[in-house]
Every structure is written in structure tokens, then in C-alpha cells.
Design a protein around this ligand. Structure first.
Ligand SMILES: Cc1cc2nc3c(=O)[nH]c(=O)nc-3n(C[C@H](O)[C@H](O)[C@H](O)COP(=O)(O)OP(=O)(O)OC[C@H]3O[C@@H](n4cnc5c(N)ncnc54)[C@H](O)[C@@H]3O)c2cc1C
Length: 371
């Protein structure tokens, strides 16, 4: 975990050479085919309590409620202190634990086995997570059990380094011991965190190093820069949800929370239609221009050159230096760091141009395919 990302390792002492891990590995094999019926919607819940706890339009929570009411179980990411891990719930009163985005890779230890056991018992399970986690689950669960498995994945920017988060939390005085929310709408819409420090005091913080580094793409997990699960508009999941950035309609909802919800299968359509969500069909021209993270994992240069140096620098530099190198470019940086500032501006400019080209390209492809 030199760069703050988990990597799978094989313990040679325990390995019995069955090669099962290679068979289910999502990088080597992708079992579930991509859908070919993706359709975009703008959606939101009309329940204000649900909406406030959700990062965007509360689409996940509203779907999960109906799923549990019909006897199903729901799996998703929850906060545990300053960690994030996947849990399975069967009660609506626990739904708040899964609501809201948690912007680090969640720990999935044990959860795939739990889902498998419940499916084997005949239960219906709704699994939510990043596109790679959903793909991993389809590789793990035998095809014969897929009928009762429903999946929701996210428009995923990629996951930033845990070291960024822990450096940021430790930089507070006193240090932070608990994250209550990564996006707390109760005090601000957007990237507004609510934390608890070692004295038990509540801390609210929005413009911070953690989000700057996350949005600068300089410390993502290596696999995120070439994510094979978000190329094009099709997905393995039944539904993809994200923030509806750049919406030109739904003005009132934009300040409260508006989801972009892309349905990929008849099961996804059923989840959406049986839920109590307000939804409106939209077209791809409305939703793709500001949501490149949905269909394209890369930037013009695959990654920023500082990503290569991150494992070394993060373990040797002080927080102030890391903030300058991996956070947002500060206008008043000292002469020593000016080259970094210019490098960042250059990368931002090239990426901006690349993004416009990528959007135009996918819209042309969609038009040609008649979707
Ligand atoms: C790492 C990450 C990157 C994202 N990047 C983008 C982006 O670039 N563009 C965009 O439009 N949207 C992005 N999102 C999704 C967005 O932040 C909202 O989660 C999404 O709009 C759903 O909102 P909601 O109101 O329907 O549900 P919410 O209640 O806000 O979201 C809850 C859902 O998110 C899942 N979830 C939360 N954190 C994690 C996690 N760490 N790992 C796996 N699943 C998690 C829960 O399991 C649950 O299904 C990202 C989310 C994450 C976690």
C-alpha cells in the first residue's frame, strides 16, 4: 500500500495452485456481457429526508426502499470511523448507512461471499458499488444465480489514494477520528464534509486538499486510468447512477439533488418503474457533455507525470509540499513551485480540449448506431 491503494497479493504459503483467483479475476475475464439497451433519465426522489442524505437525487435510496419492501436485501458502501466498507442490510432503518458517496475505495472483504450465500438461500440481492466491484461480483457469482441479483453501479471518477485522505484528516488540530459525511447537504450542496475530531467536536469543511487532489486525478489507483468498465455507454450493471452535471433543465432540482440514471436492462427498467422516483427520459446530448467520467476513463496524457512520483514523494515530503504538488494550483506559489503550476495549467488545458473531442466522438457514435 505504498501509494495508499489496496493491491491483491497471493500468499505463497497458503496458495494451493487452484488458479481460481485467476479465473474470477476481472482483468483476465469478463463474464457478463455489456448491455445493448442503455437509456438515460433524469431522476430524483420527492422524499426530502431521503434527498438530504443522498449525494445527488437520492435515486439509489428510493430504489433500495422498494427493493427491501419487496423482501430483498441491499448491499453498498458505509462509513466505519475513517474507513469505508461494504455491508449488507435488510431493514429500511439501516438504509442511511449506505446513502451518500464515500470517495475512497471501499473494503469489500467478505461481502461477495455473503451475497453468494443469500442468493443460494433464494433471496433477491441488490448490490451497489463501483463498476469494477459490480463486474467482480458477476465473475464470482455463478450465472445460474444471476436472476435474483440486481446491480447498480456509479459514474465513477476513480478512487483517490487513502494517504491523501489520512494526511488531510491528520492535518486538523485536533486530528479527525470520524467522518460523518463526504457530502453533507445539510450545510452545503457539493463537496462539503462533516467530520468529528478527537475532542468530539463537529468540523465542517468544503474546500480542502482531499477534494483538490481527488479532482486533480493525480493520485488515483493505477487501474482507474485505464478502467475497462466505463468505456462507452454500455455497462454490465442494470442501472448506472451519477450526479447530473451540466443539466440544462430541472433548475429547481439542481440545487437540491439531481441524478443521472442510466438504465441498461429490463431488470433495471423494472427497478426504476416500481420505485417511487420522479423520472424523465432525456437524450444523450443532454447528459454526456459534462459527464465524461461515465464513458471514458482517460485524459489526453494517460496520467499526470506526478502520479509516477507519488509513492516516493508521499512517503518522504511534508504535508505542505504534498498539498502544493497534488492539490489545487495556488496562484501565489513560491518561485520554486512555479514550474509545477505551469505544468498543471498545461495539463488542464490539454485535457479540456481532449474532453470536448471525446464527447463529440461518442455522440457521433451514438447517432450512427441509432440509439
Ligand atoms: C469513488 C466515487 C467516484 C464517483 N465519481 C463520480 C463522477 O465522476 N461523476 C458522477 O456523476 N458521479 C460520481 N460518483 C457518484 C455520485 O457521487 C453519487 O454517488 C451518485 O450520484 C448517486 O447518488 P444518489 O443520490 O443516487 O445516491 P447516494 O445515496 O448519494 O449514493 C449511495 C450509493 O453510492 C454507493 N457508494 C458510495 N460510496 C461508495 C464507494 N466508496 N464505493 C462503492 N460504492 C459507493 C453506495 O453503495 C450507494 O449505492 C462517484 C461516487 C464514488 C463513490
Amino acid at each position: 500500500m505504498d501509494d495508499g491503494h489496496f493491491m491483491p497479493i497471493i500468499d505463497e504459503q497458503l496458495c494451493i495452485s487452484c488458479h481460481r483467483c485467476e479465473k474470477v479475476c476481472i482483468v483476465n475475464n469478463i463474464y457478463k456481457p455489456l448491455s445493448n439497451e442503455s437509456k438515460p433519465y433524469a431522476s430524483w426522489t420527492t422524499d426530502n429526508n431521503l434527498l438530504e442524505k443522498s449525494s445527488s437525487g437520492g435515486t439509489f435510496a428510493q430504489i433500495a426502499i422498494e427493493f427491501i419492501e419487496n423482501g430483498g436485501l441491499v448491499t453498498g458502501a458505509s462509513i466505519d470511523g475513517v474507513e469505508v466498507k461494504h455491508i449488507l442490510i435488510d431493514k429500511i432503518s439501516d438504509l442511511h448507512l449506505l446513502q451518500g458517496s464515500k470517495y475512497i475505495q471501499s473494503i469489500t472483504t467478505g461481502i461477495y461471499n455473503e451475497v453468494l450465500e443469500r442468493l443460494n438461500d433464494g433471496a433477491k440481492v441488490l448490490f451497489s458499488g463501483t463498476p469494477c466491484q459490480v463486474s467482480g461480483l458477476y465473475n464470482f457469482v455463478p450465472m445460474i444465480l444471476w436472476d435474483n441479483l440486481y446491480t447498480i453501479d456509479l459514474i465513477c471518477h476513480g478512487v483517490p489514494s487513502r494517504k491523501d485522505l489520512s494526511m488531510y484528516l491528520d492535518s486538523h488540530t485536533p486530528k479527525i477520528k470520524q467522518i460523518l459525511s463526504f457530502r453533507d447537504k445539510s450545510w452545503k450542496y457539493g463537496y462539503a464534509m462533516t467530520l468529528i475530531d478527537l475532542n468530539g467536536n463537529k468540523v465542517q469543511d468544503d474546500r480542502n486538499f482531499f477534494y483538490d487532489s481527488f479532482n486533480s486525478n493525480k493520485t488515483l489507483r493505477w487501474s482507474c486510468y485505464k478502467c475497462p468498465f466505463k468505456t462507452g455507454i454500455q455497462r454490465q450493471s442494470d442501472i448506472t447512477i451519477g450526479d447530473f452535471w451540466g443539466a440544462k433543465r430541472f433548475d429547481e432540482q439542481k440545487t437540491k439533488g439531481l441524478s443521472l440514471c442510466i438504465v441498461h436492462s429490463s431488470k433495471g427498467q423494472q427497478l426504476l418503474e416500481t420505485s417511487n422516483l420522479h423520472r424523465e427520459e432525456i437524450n444523450w446530448n443532454e447528459c454526456l457533455p459534462k459527464n465524461k467520467d461515465y464513458f471514458n476513463p482517460r485524459n489526453f496524457f494517460k496520467f499526470h507525470p506526478l502520479r509516477l512520483l507519488y509513492p516516493k514523494l508521499v512517503n518522504s515530503c511534508d504535508f505542505e509540499t504534498i498539498k502544493i504538488l497534488y492539490g489545487k494550483s495556488d496562484k501565489n506559489v513560491s518561485l520554486k513551485y512555479k514550474p509545477i503550476k505551469y505544468l498543471n495549467s498545461f495539463f488542464e488545458f490539454v485535457d479540456y480540449r481532449y474532453k470536448i473531442r471525446a464527447v463529440n466522438k461518442i455522440l457521433c457514435e451514438i447517432k450512427k448506431s441509432g440509439l
